[in-house]
Design a protein around this ligand. Structure first.
Ligand SMILES: [Fe+2]
Length: 207
């Protein structure tokens, strides 16, 4: 960046170059392989690198809502092969038990999530598979192949937590299901909390 450009740029501007690099690398990965295990392994490394530095998420996509958790679309691949969202939890907020239908990677950017995993028997009943905490810098994976049903709660009772998710589809448009404790499914399409997405493509702000 030139000295003049540096003067024009607020020191607090989010480093969206980092997110652009991530989505470009992810598109390259999906062009190279459609093997889910390979995508999850290499994608985990890419997402770990993205969330290792917390300087790139614009504030608009980090805002909690007092009524419910927020899913902000950050990027959707033009062929809907993958999407990237920020998931923002207010204190104490929780999802229903739900599935995803596609592979997903979940990286913890700020705070802590409690993840309760479930397995569904052929009878439709849910089996509790235990819970774990996801801390800053850690990445979790889901897919129908490796386990896809969970309930997620903000692990912090006094402040928001934020995770960055990558899914193998335009996740806000995917028909999937929530589950009652007895395993009864209910279909839903999540949509997104935002109507505009971050501008990752203004290269005049490239550092
Ligand atoms: Fe989930």
């Amino acid at each position: 960046m030139s000295a003049l450009a540096a003067l024009d740029r607020p020191v607090t501007a989010p480093n969206t170059n980092r997110l652009r690099g991530f989505v470009t690398a992810f598109a390259d990965l999906l062009a190279a392989t459609r093997d889910e295990q390979a995508i999850l392994e290499s994608g985990r490394a890419l997402l770990s690198r993205l969330i290792a530095t917390d300087d790139w998420l614009p504030d608009e996509f980090a805002q909690p809502n007092p009524d419910r958790y927020q899913q902000y679309l950050l990027h959707c691949d033009s062929r809907e092969r993958f999407s990237v969202v920020s998931f923002v939890w207010g204190p104490g907020q929780s999802t229903p038990i739900h599935d995803h239908s596609v592979w997903g990677l979940i990286g913890m950017l700020r705070g802590v999530e409690k993840v309760e995993s479930f397995r569904r028997l052929p009878s439709g009943a849910l089996v509790d598979e235990g819970e774990e905490l996801l801390h800053e810098g850690e990445v979790d994976a889901v897919s129908p192949r490796i386990g896809d049903i969970h309930r997620v709660t903000n692990g912090l009772s006094d402040r928001p937590s934020i995770s960055i998710h990558v899914y193998g589809a335009n996740i806000g448009a995917v028909e999937r299901a929530t589950y009652a404790l007895d395993g009864t499914p209910k279909t839903f399409i999540s949509g997104y909390a935002n109507s505009v997405i971050p501008n990752l493509w203004d290269r005049s702000k490239q550092s």
